[in-house]
Each structure stands twice: as structure tokens, then as C-alpha cells.
Write a protein that binds this ligand. Structure first.
Ligand code: CP
Length: 300
């Protein structure tokens, strides 16, 4: 699973039905019994790696977390040859994060098993988008005609890119909000609007997804935008929160940077859903792994 366009709308809905089942049931520690999973993270992670390990354990898999620094990649082995080696050992699922867009797809082409993209460069982060959308669905029941604003550094955000695919697949209206440097007009498409003025959308959105400025992805051009300019236009603070509809929820994939894209007021806001997103991440990842390995079942 490289991105959400690998899934039909019906498959996304099936994964959410299984997510709900896993959320409401004791961990079924047999669904990945006698299967081995390997987590290979070439970039830092707190949420994604931990929740994948928990998900794999709760499904009964043999779980391996390999630090790339300790692997034979350091001796010159090509990743394609590592993939052949791991498949020969009986690894069923590789969960991969890498700073290079397209890296998980390259591995998938060499690996005889399932590859789950846990975030590749600026390209995609499908399981984050699934847990974000699951959180919205629990709130609203359906996303049809709901308006979701994704705010900030859209250009460098793999989370935004996967969310756009998933939200459109489920019938939501997406409005992308950000300055020109983070949001080229080319993002505008069917079902996706582009808006420069954050204040203009506050009163007519059902959910806001805030994004971190991903400076590690444009380190060569640090002057692209100053924190001061960003804060003035796009930080969600008490004054902007006061203008939201009462039922609007606010989300963030994490990690968030206090004082930049959000003020501390957001953490006290009744509609702040960050902890619920993280909570849902384990069950969504259980559902994704179960779907890939066991395909569809009637158990939900
Ligand atoms: N949201 C997310 O991918 O967080 P981590 O980088 O901590 O995994």
C-alpha cells in the first residue's frame, strides 16, 4: 500500500469497518499468527513506528524493528537485494519510512510480500490519512458535503497529499489554505479549492487539519518564509478559534510545533482531536495489515 489511490472507496470503507471492529473488540492475536512483519524506518518517527509495532503485536505477528543504520545497507547492499533476502526469510509485510519519495514503491517491486508506506518524502503517508479520516467519520458519520480545511505547508506534506486522495474518495469538499510558497495554484482541482486567507474559511469549515512547516524538506532554501510571516497569516490561536462554528474540530497529524502553526489555546479547545487521532492510529493500522494479509473477511 503506497498511497490511498491503491484502494477503491469500497476498500477504504471496509478498512474503516474493520478499524471499528478492532477498536471495540479484544485484540485478536491470531490474525497475523505465524506471519513476520519488519519495520524499517530511515527517518525519525514516534507515532507511526510505535503504532505499527502495537498493531502487529495485537494481531499476533512476529515483529521485527530493524534500524537501517544496523542493517547491511551500510555494507553496500542494494535495497532491492535486501528485499529479496527478507522475503526468502519469510517476512510477510515490510513497513517502510524513507525521506525519498518513491522508495517504498521501489522496494515493493523487488519484494515478494506486502509493503506499507509509512511516509516517503513529500509523496504520501496513507495510514496517517486513514486515521485522520476515520477520526472525522467518527465525528460526522459521513463526509459527504463536509468541508475540510488543510492548512499550511501543503507542498511538502505527504499527509496532505494522501488526505486529499482519501477525502475526495469519500465525498468531502477540501479547501487547501496556505501561502503561495507552500501552496501552488496547481493544487486546485475538482473537489479541491485553494485559499490564501485563513480568516476567510474559519466560519464555514467542519474540520481543520493543521500542518507543521516541514523545514527539513526545504533545508536548501530556509528563507522561503519566516516563522513571523507564517504565524501572522496561518497560526491557529485564540482569536481565530473564537470564530469557528461550535462543532468544528481541529486536528494535527503530529508532531506539532507549539507557537508556530498553533497557539497553546488550541490544546484547550473542546474540538481538539489530536489524542483521538493518535488513539485511532493503532486500530487503523491493525485494519490495514489485516486487509493486506487476510484480504476481505465477513468478520466485521
Ligand atoms: N504523524 C507522524 O507520521 O508522526 P511520526 O513522524 O512521529 O511517525
Amino acid at each position: 500500500m503506497i498511497d490511498l489511490d491503491d484502494l477503491t472507496t469500497s476498500e477504504i470503507e471496509y478498512i474503516f469497518a474493520r478499524t471499528k471492529y478492532f477498536e471495540e473488540s479484544p485484540p485478536p492475536r491470531t490474525l497475523l499468527q505465524n506471519r513476520a512483519t519488519l519495520n524499517l524506518f530511515f527517518e525519525q518517527s514516534t507515532r507511526t513506528v510505535t503504532s505499527f509495532v502495537l498493531a502487529e503485536q495485537r494481531l499476533g505477528a512476529d515483529v521485527i524493528t530493524l534500524s537501517p543504520r544496523d542493517s547491511s545497507l551500510g555494507k553496500g547492499e542494494a535495497i532491492e537485494d535486501s528485499a529479496i533476502t527478507l522475503a526468502a526469510m519469510g517476512i510477510s509485510v515490510l513497513v517502510i519510512r524513507h525521506p525519498e519519495a518513491g522508495f517504498p514503491r521501489r522496494v515493493a517491486e523487488a519484494f515478494d510480500g506486502h509493503v506499507v508506506n509509512a511516509g516517503d518524502g513529500t509523496h504520501a503517508h496513507p495510514t496517517q490519512a486513514l486515521l485522520d479520516i476515520y477520526t472525522m467519520l467518527k465525528e460526522f458519520g459521513s463526509l459527504r458535503n463536509r468541508r475540510v480545511a488543510i492548512v499550511g505547508d501543503i507542498l511538502h506534506s505527504r499527509v496532505a497529499h494522501s488526505n486529499i486522495l482519501g477525502l475526495r474518495s469519500l465525498g468531502a469538499q477540501v479547501v487547501l489554505v496556505g501561502p503561495e510558497v507552500f501552496l501552488p495554484q496547481s493544487f486546485k482541482q475538482d473537489g479541491v479549492a485553494v485559499e490564501r486567507d485563513f480568516d476567510a474559511v474559519l466560519q464555514n469549515v467542519d474540520a481543520i487539519v493543521l500542518l507543521r512547516i516541514q523545514r527539513e524538506r526545504f533545508a536548501a532554501d530556509p528563507a522561503l518564509i519566516t516563522d513571523q510571516d507564517y504565524i501572522a497569516g496561518y497560526r491557529l490561536d485564540g482569536a481565530r478559534l473564537a470564530r469557528l462554528k461550535e462543532e468544528t474540530i481541529v486536528m494535527h497529524p503530529g508532531p506539532y510545533n507549539r507557537g508556530i502553526e498553533l497557539a497553546d489555546d488550541v490544546l484547550q479547545y473542546a474540538g481538539w482531536r489530536y489524542a483521538r487521532q493518535v488513539h485511532h492510529g493503532v486500530f487503523v493500522r491493525m485494519a490495514v495489515l489485516d486487509f493486506l494479509v487476510n484480504e476481505r473477511s465477513d468478520a466485521c
